[in-house]
Design a protein around this ligand. Sequence first.
Ligand SMILES: Cc1cc2nc3c(=O)[nH]c(=O)nc-3n(C[C@H](O)[C@H](O)[C@H](O)COP(=O)(O)OP(=O)(O)OC[C@H]3O[C@@H](n4cnc5c(N)ncnc54)[C@H](O)[C@@H]3O)c2cc1C
Length: 423
Amino acid sequence: MSLRLVRPEDRRYPALRSTYTTAGAPAAIALPESAAEVAAAIAHGRERGLDIAVRSGGHGLAGTSTNRGGLVIDLSALHDVAVADPAARLVRVGAGARWADVAAALHPHGLAISSGDHGNVGVGGIATGGGVGWLARWYGLTIDHVRAAEVVLADGRIVRADAEHDPELLWAVRGAGAGAGIVTAFEIEAARVRDVGVAQLLVAADQDGAALRRWASALREAPRELTSEVIMLHNGRSPVMRVTAVVAGGDPRRVREIVEPLRRIGKVLDHRVDRAPYPVLLPPSHKHPNVAQQPVTITNGLLPAMDGDAAEAVMALVRSGRALVQLRSLGGAIHDVDRGATAYPHRHQHTLVLASMFPPDGRAELDAAWRVLAGRVDGAYGNFEGRRDRPAFARVYPGPTGERVAAAWRRYDPGAVFRPYPI
Ligand SMILES: Cc1cc2nc3c(=O)[nH]c(=O)nc-3n(C[C@H](O)[C@H](O)[C@H](O)COP(=O)(O)OP(=O)(O)OC[C@H]3O[C@@H](n4cnc5c(N)ncnc54)[C@H](O)[C@@H]3O)c2cc1C
């Protein structure tokens, strides 16, 4: 089988060598157009002893979807999105599609899959890692709705994983797929949703974290149609919370009713509520080539509760002025899933806290700033974690989940061709 390889002398190479965070210099980039071509690319890399990096959208925050001197298997040509079974709302999605494409393709069918907050992120990274999207409290994580996957294993076998065929592989794909094989396509159960309510608020963030606590408790008590994300803005004076709240379903009265408690979390500086088709949140304008434009260093932690100490710790991190701090509401449908049902075991935490730093700050500065929160969080979400070491593995896959993930990775990829963390 002939391989579609892009080498450094090819004019397409500059737009394919890097990812969102990381400049790469691979020996070649394979652009397979079928699962069989993915298998051939794996064989090509293994026969030559090349490191193999797998890429769907190139937005991975650990920079693992490129390398130097190795082979990148770029799945962008595998981007079909098709409603396979309208009655069951079952959608077949190529791993190389971007979530903007998925939102646009499903909207005419009155369907959507909650994925993330950015349209350029790839299906493969989210649907094998988690997927904390704009409808997370209503829909759950993306992986919670993955019903089947087509996987190319390290030895070149092309297998289907679903509830009947190799359920252990499906279990691993749903949260720890990066270490199991290369997923070329997913069958995902979509939700019936066309429009959403979108509220945007700017709220003064009290130094002691009171507004943050009120945001977290409003979310805990809110109906699960509500999901919210906060970006903490710190301009050297008083921090401000930029709150985005998305309500599944666009009925204006219901949206206003659900969003209303957020107007009482603190001094509101600005506020608007709109109704929008779901794809407005993940527009085609998000799509762009990844050329190492954002060399971010990132970590995260999951908070079971936003008590006074936790809120003060988040505010201390914000006040340090070095890190960009973001928060995501969890709970709702995410908590409906048993912690052992997927390789994502974090089913009781209510808030995801992300901290990012940009050059010249790097890992050492981020670790130092994160120390205020490190002892208060319970686990981490792998897709927002830049580290790929043993302690990170233990935070992302704690306890029995970690043991089962490690066993699955050893079973499906005994030669550690794809191994995303040391185990
Ligand atoms: C701007 C931005 C916004 C984000 N917003 C969100 C958000 O709202 N919610 C959220 O949950 N996450 C979010 N993320 C994090 C996102 O989930 C991860 O970065 C994810 O890994 C990106 O997927 P990708 O396919 O683009 O990654 P890639 O860089 O292509 O891949 C990253 C790694 O994932 C694995 N992988 C990718 N595809 C496959 C596959 N087909 N089979 C097996 N393994 C594979 C490989 O190990 C690969 O190295 C965001 C990231 C960015 C940069």
